[in-house]
Design a protein around this ligand. Structure first.
Ligand code: ADP
Length: 447
């Protein structure tokens, strides 16, 4: 086991990793920008190293500074959290080349899944079902037209290097294909420096359902069931649940087996998430995230597992030590992402937190790096807290989340807590009756 880990991240996820390290008796090194000198992850870590100015490209994405910090402090491994360098295959490779352990999958698998066409063809060959669409990259507009006619409109043109919902355009009928093709390519070139695109049938009422997996270095892979992340705004998740209100335990077991068989054949190691669109009883793979996800706590609550602890153990070369039948599911969990944003316009609202009081009580977990007097910097992601609840049933989890949000006090900045309250009170949400389009329609309703 490692004796010291550097956490290459900030905010709540840096704390999350730090807590797992503490419980394992592992010393922690925080890295931070000059904007984060007073941040909680810096205060709680055993050691802290300033790695640059506020802009993420000069600090949290500054590979040389992070590696120097690891060398100076004698850290043996680096946990990247999510975002920043977590899905950067070159970073993973560089870390390993310096004799340190990257807590995550191999650089080869990160690279493979970072290219969505490669990810899809790999998964298809391993028996994972896909959204119908082009066989890899579209070479021309004519090919786009031909494939669209074959799978049927509406269709989606997507960037192979895409992320965060960028480089994605819908064509509702043949008259829109040319524009979708050129806009998606232009966006992809500008945002990712790679204009390769592919085509998928646009599903009109899917849910976003993803499967959490863990693999060790010896070919053992287990899944921890699904998360329903259909509540999204501009492709950004806002509220997540485990399990999904839409699928049965039999469906979970079936897709879980398909996925674990595939990843075991691949020799995938550490944590990963396979994202699917689910519609009319069918799972269609869209992408794989080769890292820990923001919404991992809902899985932890229903499976009673510490996924970060597992990541660290597995990266240290330990075996999983359990099989699929040892993974059990209990009750229901919901996570609300609390962003420092105006709840109506979604404009970011950085600033000083005048008063902070976190909710507590049975079945309530808060993952946050906030405190009274903390100044939310304008440079980074607007998510400032996650409220996670666990209860025996979904209805009880909804009631518990209501209660927790009522107790939550964050003054001085605007947050999306009022929006979460409205979602939780909505009869359609309460019935579990929603798709990936529901939230956009809901937020457009007058209230
Ligand atoms: P990104 O990496 O940019 O997040 P994804 O492929 O994960 O891209 O897609 C992001 C979101 O876009 C999905 O969660 C879903 O809401 C929507 N989406 C993606 N593919 C389709 C599709 N074929 N049909 C309908 N919606 C889609």
């Amino acid at each position: 086991m490692f004796s010291k880990i550097l956490i290459a991240n900030r905010g709540e996820i840096a704390l999350r990793v730090l807590r797992a390290c503490r419980e394992l008796g592992i010393k922690t090194v925080a890295v931070h920008s000059t904007a984060d000198e007073d941040a909680m992850h810096v205060r709680l870590a055993d050691e802290a190293v300033c790695i640059g100015p506020p802009a993420a490209r000069d600090s949290y994405l500054n590979v040389a500074a992070i590696l120097s910090a690891a060398t100076i402090t004698g850290a043996e491994a680096i946990h990247p959290g999510y975002g920043f360098l977590s899905e950067n295959a070159d970073f993973a490779e560089t870390v390993e080349a310096h004799g340190l352990t990257f807590i995550g999958p191999t650089a080869e698998h990160i690279r493979m899944m970072g290219d969505k066409i490669t990810a899809k063809t790999t998964m298809e060959a391993l028996g994972v079902p896909l959204v119908p669409g082009s066989d890899g990259e579209l070479k021309s507009l004519d090919e786009a037209r031909a494939v669209a006619a074959q799978v049927g409109y509406p269709v989606l043109i997507k960037a192979t290097a895409g992320g965060g919902g960028r480089g994605m355009k819908v064509a509702h009928d043949a008259s829109e294909i040319e524009e979708a093709w050129s806009v998606a390519r232009t966006e992809a070139r500008t945002a990712f420096g790679n204009d390769a695109v592919y085509l998928e049938k646009y599903l009109d009422k899917p849910r976003h359902i993803e499967l959490q997996i863990l693999g060790d270095n010896y070919g053992n892979v287990v899944h921890f069931g699904e998360r329903d992340c259909s509540l999204q705004r501009r492709h950004q998740k806002l509220l997540e649940e485990a399990g999904s209100p839409a699928i049965t335990p039999d469906q979970r077991n079936a897709i879980g087996k398909t996925v674990t068989d595939a990843l075991s054949k691949m020799g995938y190691r550490n944590a990963g998430t396979l994202e699917f669109l689910y519609q009319d009883g069918q799972f269609c793979f869209i992408e794989m995230n080769t890292r820990l996800q923001v919404e991992h706590p809902v899985t932890e609550m229903v499976c009673d597992v510490d996924l970060v602890r597992e990541q660290i153990r597995l990266a240290a070369g330990e075996k999983l030590g359990y099989t699929q039948s040892d993974v059990t599911f209990s009750g229901h969990a919901i996570e609300c992402r609390i962003n420092a944003e105006d709840p109506d316009t979604f404009a970011p609202c950085p600033g000083t937190v005048a008063v902070y009081h976190a909710p507590g009580g049975l079945g309530v977990r808060i993952d946050s790096a906030l405190y009274t007097g903390y100044k939310v910097p304008p440079y980074y992601d607007s998510m400032i807290a996650k409220v996670i609840v666990h209860a025996p049933t979904r209805a009880e989890a909804i009631a518990r989340m209501h209660r927790a949000l009522d107790e939550f006090v964050v003054e001085g900045i605007k947050t999306v807590i009022p929006l979460h309250r409205r979602i939780l009170a909505d009869p359609e949400f309460q019935k579990g009756d929603y798709t990936i389009h529901w939230l956009e329609q809901f937020t457009a309703r007058p209230h």
